[in-house]
Write a protein that binds this ligand. Sequence first.
Ligand code: ASP
Ligand code: MG
Length: 407
Amino acid sequence: MARIVQKFGGTSVKDIDRIRNAAKRVKREVDAGNEVVVVVSAMAGTTNQLVEWTQTMSPLHDTREYDTIVASGEQVTAGLMALALQDIGVDARSWLGWQIPIRTDDVHGKARIERIETGELGRRLAAGQVAVVAGFQGLGADGRITTLGRGGSDTSAVALATELKADRCDIFTDVDGIYTSDPRIVAKARKLDRIAFEEMLEMASQGARVLETRSVAMAMNNRVRLQVLSSFVDVPGTLVTDEEEIVEHRVVSGIAYSRDEAKITVEHVADRPGVAAALFGPLADSAINVDMIVQNVSADGATTDMTFTVGRADLDRALAVLEEQRKTLGFKALKPDSNVVKISVIGAGMRSHAGVAQLMFKTLADRGINIQVISTSEIKVSVLIAADYTELALRALHTAYGLDEAG
Ligand code: ASP
Ligand code: MG
């Protein structure tokens, strides 16, 4: 007997038929004698609609009310899933975040889980009842309902798996696993049987949208065995696991891309100590994340250009913050560019292999693609290029690193 968390994403519970279909996957685990916790997202599109209504009602809304509204999508699917299970003879009960409770801080709209009181849930599981938990929500320190940030049901699932010491956490989605690159763009992309936590973390944070980044970090820290699989086709998915469990040795595991970036060049800032701090301090104070950075060589010895990226959604705010500092910083011009894409080559094997970045640069150079900004980590090389070259760059790199599907 095992204890399993099964999480169904929005497309897997999109309508009544799909909820019935998902319930069958749950029943299979129950029939095999396992204890099952089901975590559900809202029906696909529902959360977007709820966010839109909130925005329309009040563009600068009170985030406590935002949470009251957007958390409702998961309440509906939790109840429907419990009914679908009961209909096929499975003892099931729905649970909202506050009923368990899943305790969070009170950062409404992006709350963090602090503690889950699993006592009652554990007793019900032991008695053979399936717990259907509304994902994405919790009970804030202020006693009000909170949500965990978009895509947060993955985190709900991993947090429950951690707390309940589950043997496995299955994430059901509309793709059948993690691919070496986006199969909609790279036709030769392959499904990976396994991927290391660290690699998955980079893939998720570099733009692969299958798993929410926070949930991967949490699974990694708590050693939760994660599996990503399709709720529509019955094939094995991708296991996200410790590096040591991966037998196939490869240097690069995947190539991700993100169109969520925007580039800002600050022209002619003084080339003296303290300038970077003066530039990035106010951005940090405004909670704007800066990702890639280059400082260009100083042509005249007195001033230099700084280029960096921020999230595209933060671009206007970043420009406004910098404009306010124009006097202090003394720059000449601010040049924004959102027609860019970040391409990342990811692989744990990079730690022990040289030349990975070089192959990336050469492959792009051979296609005449100009690299605007570069950043690296231990297991990742990212470049910023013009968005028009996204497809060409992804395909060329996929081939260059030997990731293309054989035959
Ligand atoms: N329904 C929420 C969203 O769309 C949470 C989730 O699906 O993970 O962001
Ligand atoms: Mg999701």
